[in-house]
Write a protein that binds this ligand. Structure first.
Ligand code: 16G
Ligand code: ZN
Length: 501
């Protein structure tokens, strides 16, 4: 076991300022990058403890600004199967990070598991995307087992995705070039390698690849810009032609937004809901063609932010579940289906195949050549999809596969259903803790009386829907509203914000 004095002297080099409180939330610890040092020291200890608790399994630590401006940074832990840190450990994380003194920190560590864990080995995964880290953690922990997830290197990841994509699109006419906005983040680096691996099976035009330019990250580009501004990143104006499709990644490449310009040059966004719909419809069709109807059930998981148009379209076709915001909620709900498709409207999502479904796919005997082809496609999909977490590059290959199979342009994909106009606003309030929700964040239970006023207001708008929830990542309350007309959605959002303020 390690001498307490060694820990003490290291801890003293990374003191926690008494003025700040850290909280392990939806996206790990988020703070300014220059305030991260004491958090990083404590997260190192936490990761070692987590690994020890799980019999020495590999744990991931990701440092990223994600979709946020460059100085706004964060760190989060990845559990052994590549998922988010188990919820019960979020409290331990918060406690360790906030221990006010070195003595308090040592006590907090002892309360968890003692010092032996601090002998943990570390491996540097280098500069890569968040989904690659999740992939690596799962690959390391499944190495040499029946459930091996692939080779535990970035090359292994690229090889797994690109070889299955090539099989999926073999024989299909090549689609026109895809413009990819890399948000000036690390997706540019991994995207470049992917483009190389894919060769002429997909023509990718990488833009916003200035990873060394200070201030460029997520600045007027990237998936969050597209989703919140509902417009084309200005830097793409000279690149994108009418009819051509494009997509934006966020800074760490775990969110994806598609869009295109129509013949009049008008911008049309294909967000996480549009992706979920495209993907779910395709997988349902393949399971039928493979003769697996009734044997594997496809289900969808959404949050309250899902556009009402998508929820209507999907619920007429398959089971849809609504859960609170945050990847861990979506991921866990999706695990309950044979094939669970989850996407947040912001473009974070993936597809999960249950172990039983994987078994079914590998043992099912197709009775016609058509069934055999569909079955092969399903198997290849399980490999092109990063099932650990939402992955912009993997999701992009999934979307491209479907567009190639269906010969869809952006316009045809977009016409599957019509989005209801919607508006999202943030409201700064004295205490966002006063806002408590139920029914997957769709209704307020506190402050008392507010939900009744909101209901009364919403009733006056045709196709109106609105909800209020405290943000898990910013000190604000978010208001979402939709209605059948643009002006009505805007008005409803601002009037609800008025009630909240
Ligand atoms: C984070 C979450 C995302 C969630 C968002 C909500 C991850 C990878 N991302 O970005 O799932 O939608 O936070 O933020 O966990 P909010 O609570 O501030 O609205
Ligand atoms: Zn991200």
């Amino acid at each position: 076991s390690l001498p307490v004095e060694a820990i003490r002297s290291l801890a003293e080099q990374h003191p926690k300022p008494s003025s700040v409180q850290f909280q392990y939330g939806t996206a790990g610890f988020r703070t300014l990058g220059n305030a991260l040092d004491p958090v990083m020291f404590r997260v190192g200890i936490l990761a070692a403890l987590r690994s020890k608790k799980l019999d020495g399994k590999t744990i991931g630590v990701m440092v990223t600004a994600s979709h946020n401006p460059e100085p706004d940074n964060g760190v989060k832990l990845v559990d052994p199967r590549g998922e988010m840190l188990e919820a019960s450990w979020e409290t331990h994380a918060t406690n360790l990070a906030n221990a006010p003194t070195t003595n308090a920190l040592i006590e907090a560590v002892e309360a968890l598991h003692g010092f032996k864990a601090l002998g943990a080995e570390a491996r540097n995964a280098g500069v890569t995307t968040t989904p690659v880290l999740h992939y690596l953690v799962r690959a390391i922990n499944t190495k040499g087992t029946k459930g091996s997830y692939g080779e535990d290197t970035e090359e292994g990841y690229l090889e797994k995705l690109s070889s299955s994509f090539k099989k999926l699109v073999a024989g299909k006419p090549a689609l026109p070039s895809l413009v990819i906005d890399c948000a000036n983040g690390v997706g540019a680096v991994v995207g470049e390698k992917l483009a190389h691996q894919l060769g002429n099976s997909l023509s990718m035009i990488l833009t916003n690849t200035a990873i060394d330019t200070l201030g460029a990250l997520n600045n007027a580009c990237g998936a969050d810009f597209v989703k919140t501004q509902q417009k084309l990143p200005p830097s793409l104006a000279s690149v994108l032609k009418p009819g051509q499709r494009a997509c934006s990644l966020d800074g760490d490449a775990d969110r994806l937004m598609y869009y295109y310009l129509d013949d009049q040059g008008h911008f049309h966004m294909l967000d996480g809901d549009k992706i979920a719909t495209l993907v779910a419809a395709f997988i349902v069709e393949l399971t039928k063609s493979a003769g697996l109807e009734g044997k594997v059930q496809v289900g969808i998981v959404q949050t309250a932010y899902a556009n009402g148009g998508s929820t209507k379209y999907l619920s007429e076709r398959l089971p849809v579940k609504c859960v609170p915001t945050g990847v861990k909620h979506l991921h866990h709900a999706a695990e309950h289906y044979d094939i669970g498709v989850y996407f947040e409207a912001n473009g974070h999502g993936t597809v999960l195949f249950s172990p039983e479904t994987l078994e079914t796919l590998s043992t099912h005997q197709p009775s016609t050549p058509a069934q055999s082809t569909a079955l092969n496609h399903l198997v290849n999909l399980t490999n092109v999809i990063n099932q650990t977490v939402g992955d912009a590059l993997s999701d992009m290959l999934l979307v491209e596969t479907i567009l190639a199979h269906k010969s869809y342009s952006g316009l045809e994909w977009d016409s599957l259903y019509v989005d209801l106009p919607n508006r999202l606003v943030k409201v700064v309030v004295a205490d966002r803790g006063a806002f408590k929700t139920e029914d997957a964040e769709r209704r307020l239970i506190s402050p008392p009386g507010l939900q009744a006023k909101l209901d009364e207001l919403v009733r006056r708008y045709e196709g109106g829907r609105s909800f209020v929830r405290p943000s898990g990542t910013e000190d604000v309350v978010r208001v979402y509203a939709e209605a059948i007309a643009r002006s009505q959605a805007d008005e409803l959002a601002f009037r609800v914000a008025g009630l909240v303020y």
